[in-house]
Ligand binder design. Structure first.
Ligand SMILES: [Zn+2]
Ligand SMILES: [Zn+2]
Length: 157
């Protein structure tokens, strides 16, 4: 996802809308989604704009990724779409450790790294099928969302 921002840098436009839809790269997923129960079930979509904000350039976009995962309590498969916003200030210089910035070089912003990073940070490490999922009975494995078993459970846990 290389975004050419020449038109904004040249002052031709004040706002440059963009939209990328791409296959999830297996290589990037290996690096960034490691340790997460996250399987992409569709394309990554990144859409937004780069704006000339008098003196600096702002990137504002929405990232979405359809995925499948499993509930960390009951193990049920969850299919959903993960969405998050990303806002950055575009800078021509490398700014180590400053997450508010995104670097452009040769008038282009390489979005891949920042997009995958944002997804990996934002994705829940313990996904739930619903916030009050009761999980499985540790003794017999009964799905407690579907009903109680003969064992006692503390519902407040
Ligand atoms: Zn669950
Ligand atoms: Zn039980």
């Amino acid at each position: 996802m290389k975004l050419d921002i020449s038109a904004v840098l040249n002052g031709e436009v004040k706002e440059l809308p963009f939209n990328f839809t791409e296959n999830v790269s297996a290589e990037m997923a290996d690096i960034y989604f490691k340790g997460l129960d996250l399987e992409a079930s569709g394309d990554i979509e990144v859409s937004g704009k780069v704006s000339d904000l008098s003196g600096y350039y702002g990137l504002d976009c929405k990232i979405s990724l359809p995925y499948t995962t499993h509930c960390s309590r009951c193990g049920k498969q969850i299919k959903s779409c993960f969405e998050l916003d990303m806002k950055r200030i575009a800078s021509a210089e490398e700014r180590d450790g400053d997450e508010g910035y995104i670097v452009y070089s040769d008038r282009k912003i390489e979005l891949d790294g920042p997009v995958y990073e944002e997804l990996s940070i934002g994705f829940p490490s313990k996904p739930l099928c619903k916030t009050d999922c009761r999980g499985l009975c540790p003794v017999c494995g009964q799905d407690l969302n579907e009903g109680d078993c003969e064992h006692s459970h503390n519902n407040n846990e």
